[in-house]
Design a protein around this ligand. Structure first.
Ligand code: GLA
Length: 688
């Protein structure tokens, strides 16, 4: 899958349906040659000879400073004498199965740089990262994981998501301007307003056709992707962790390794691109991809901060009646946490609310046949807490500066080994002493005054913090192998490939209004798979938007991800309970198809009717969701299905109706009735 031509000093990486080639130029700089359709070595060598020379050396694999380079660098270094930049010297390479390492150094300074590439036999994603090792003291001012260069295209268009709290993952497609466009988070967390991935096409790709180049970063802190289109009509991007203005000092023999920045070329449009990311995440990112994502009940929206043992037990009884598999007690179970103003950091059961600890509730939940889960927010602290009173120096802060609170809380400096160790210890103890199968790990604010007084290189915290959070999650998983974890940050504020290496699923948004959720889920699903998309059915009217939606609609929207229930079941009518129970049963039947199948977006939210189809791995079953928020007639077209066998017949599992594959492919399912917030779920099974 990886070959090297020593005469041309060119490497060719081959994936099932794409190729990637790079070479060293006469100055040993690693240069991009090709990223796209499959090529033979001979063909790749042809590009290298005919297209790249002095007039156009090709983009750099890791853009550095120095010489006549003026674009945004991937790597910026500064030595003690003020010298900057890199002059490349090739040292050698190793090919180890699916991995390529190219070792380079600076010609005159003691700095080694290694570029890492990894390909897979079962998908077209290429993982790239880099490491630097210092032989002399050096300041690293910028260190991206990789730069990716696109071929010359007639035009360039970028797809990405923007958002805010309650409105994450809003998909946008815009022309790439000549210049540099920066997608970034400086929050210390991945952020609600942007997400570290992009897709670029020539402006002509559609859902199922056309060339799309994309990349996603495996990092859960501040990040930056700089997309550059030059006036000559070329485009490239560089991306990685951290944000501008931060310095990492490396001493002799110290190494800095970037996270993975994975890239993908696909020729089957945005849908093909998303499916390739979904299967890469399932096969190579998620720690337990096949673990069944249980139907969750979460008490947050039902109770917020006003909780008690009896009330949680009552909710658990009702949740069990619906077929819930895991009961999660959210915030407010610990310390003096009766509002968001106090108690965060004091991780023992609130003695007024749980006088005998968590034991009785857990026993009750287990007795009802459900597993038990708990909300935690280990990275933050209320100033009004015993933890903060004992350790005011444990938070991110700078001497003489304000300690800016957000949601009445400060951020614990998880980069500090003692803080990370303490955090791991209380979580480990909690899990060891209780029958807890699930943690919802929340993080409800960005960094501010991000200092580390007394540390000689305080800005390291931006990296070490995230690494330590990932490491704690890993340790907990290793020591508690059946534990499932949900990542959350005030909704979808920390969703990325970095988190997905350590958790089963992500909480998508605090906005649980099903009508709003359709677009949020549509954007989330561009990269991340349905099995990792936490989705709850809550009450109507919705607590965030006050919109009223039918129970069935709310269920259908949540059933297209990892279903949870988050409403106040004490207020649901008997009819609603019966309906809900039936829908949970139906969900359990379709769950393997939604979570393990391939996802096809048949129609986007702006079309009026959003339609999403999931096809099981063996193509014998398919599930189609249709959501129509408004009765306006633009939503009245029939929805044509895809990925079916035209010669086969399919039975509707609910009605028993038989459909011909050819008809479903050419004419589709009949249009929805014209009511506001109408939805449909169709489960078809191929007849033998
Ligand atoms: C965040 C989460 C919510 C809930 C609250 C609890 O906002 O996103 O789901 O857990 O915290 O305080």
């Amino acid at each position: 899958m990886i070959v090297f031509d020593s005469a041309a000093r060119l490497w060719l990486l081959t994936t099932p349906s794409s190729s990637y080639a790079l070479r060293l130029d006469e100055n040993d700089a690693p240069r991009h040659v090709h990223w796209g359709a499959r090529l033979t070595l001979e063909q790749a060598l042809g590009i290298s000879e005919e297209y790249h020379g002095d007039h156009d050396p090709g983009g750099e694999e890791l853009a550095v400073e120095g010489g006549l380079r003026f674009a945004a660098p991937s790597l910026t270094v500064r030595y003690g004498d003020g010298t900057r930049g890199v002059e490349w010297r090739y040292l050698g390479h190793t090919i180890d199965g699916e991995e390529l390492r190219i070792d380079l150094a600076d010609r005159s300074r003691e700095l080694r740089i290694t570029l890492h590439y990894r390909v897979f036999g079962d998908c077209d994603v290429i993982e790239r990262r880099a490491t630097v090792r210092a032989g002399e003291p050096v300041e690293i001012l910028r260190f991206d994981s990789a730069a990716w260069t696109l071929p010359h295209l007639r035009d360039y268009r970028v797809s990405h998501v923007t958002g805010e709290w309650g409105r994450e993952f809003q998909l946008r497609r815009i022309d790439v301007p000549v210049g540099e466009t920066v997608f970034t988070s400086r929050l210390g967390i991945t952020g609600h307003h942007a997400n570290p991935w992009l897709m670029v096409d020539a402006g002509q790709a559609t859902e199922e056709h056309g060339d799309v180049w994309s990349a996603a970063l495996a990092w859960s802190g501040s990040w930056r992707i700089t997309l550059r289109r030059d006036p000559l009509g070329r485009a490239s991007w560089t991306g990685g962790f951290g944000h501008e203005g931060l310095t990492w000092r490396l001493g002799p023999d110290e190494e800095l390794a970037t996270p993975v920045f994975a890239g993908l070329y696909a020729s089957d449009g945005f849908g093909g691109t998303s499916r390739a990311w979904h299967s890469y995440i399932a096969s190579h990112v998620l720690p337990a991809p096949d673990a069944v994502r249980p139907v969750i009940f979460n008490s947050w929206e039902a109770t917020e901060f006003d909780i008690s043992q009896d009330q949680q037990m009552e909710l658990a009884e009702l949740a069990a009646r619906l077929g819930t598999e895991l009961f999660v007690m959210d915030d407010a179970w610990f310390g003096a946490r009766t509002s968001d103003a106090a108690g965060l950091g004091d991780w023992w059961p609130n003695p007024d609310r749980f006088p005998e600890g968590l034991g009785p509730l857990i026993t009750k939940v287990r007795g009802l046949g459900m597993k038990f889960g708990l909300w935690v927010e280990p990275e933050a602290v209320n100033p009004d807490s015993d933890l903060y009173r004992a350790h005011p120096d444990w938070v991110l802060h700078q001497p003489g500066r304000s300690r800016t609170t957000s949601r009445n809380q400060l951020v614990l400096n998880m980069a500090r080994p003692d803080v990370a160790e303490w955090t791991h210890a209380w979580l480990d103890r909690l899990l060891a002493e209780h029958d807890i199968a699930f943690l919802k790990w929340d993080m409800n604010r960005p960094f501010s005054e991000a200092g580390w007084p007394g540390h000689p290189d305080p800005e390291r915290l931006w990296i070490d913090y995230v690494r330590n959070v990932h490491a704690i999650l890993d340790r907990l998983r290793a020591d508690h192998p059946d534990l499932l974890i949900e990542g959350c940050a005030g909704g979808g504020g920390r969703a990325d490939l970095g988190m997905l290496r350590h958790v089963e699923q992500l909480w998508t948004s605090d906005n649980t209004d099903a009508a709003e959720r359709v677009a949020i889920q549509y954007g989330f699903g561009q990269i991340y798979p349905a099995r990792a998309m936490g989705a709850w059915v809550t009450d109507s009217p919705n607590t965030v938007t006050a919109r009223c939606t039918p129970l069935r609609y709310r269920f259908h929207v949540a059933m297209s991800g990892a279903l949870g229930i988050g409403g106040d079941l004490r207020r649901w009518t008997e009819d609603e309970m019966v309906w809900a129970k039936g829908l949970v049963e139906q969900y359990k039947r379709i769950r393997p198809i939604v979570h393990g199948g391939a996802q096809y977006r048949l129609s986007p939210p702006e079309a009026g009717t959003t339609a999403v189809q999931y096809v099981s791995a063996d193509a014998s079953e398919t599930v189609v969701f249709l959501f129509q928020p408004s009765s306006l007639p633009r939503g009245k077209a029939p929805i044509r299905l895809t990925a079916l066998d035209p010669a086969a017949r399919y039975r509707d599992e609910a009605t028993g109706a038989i459909h011909h594959g050819a008809v479903l492919l050419s004419h589709g399912l009949p249009p929805l009735l014209t009511f506001d917030t109408t939805s449909e779920l169709v489960h078809l099974r191929r007849l033998a």
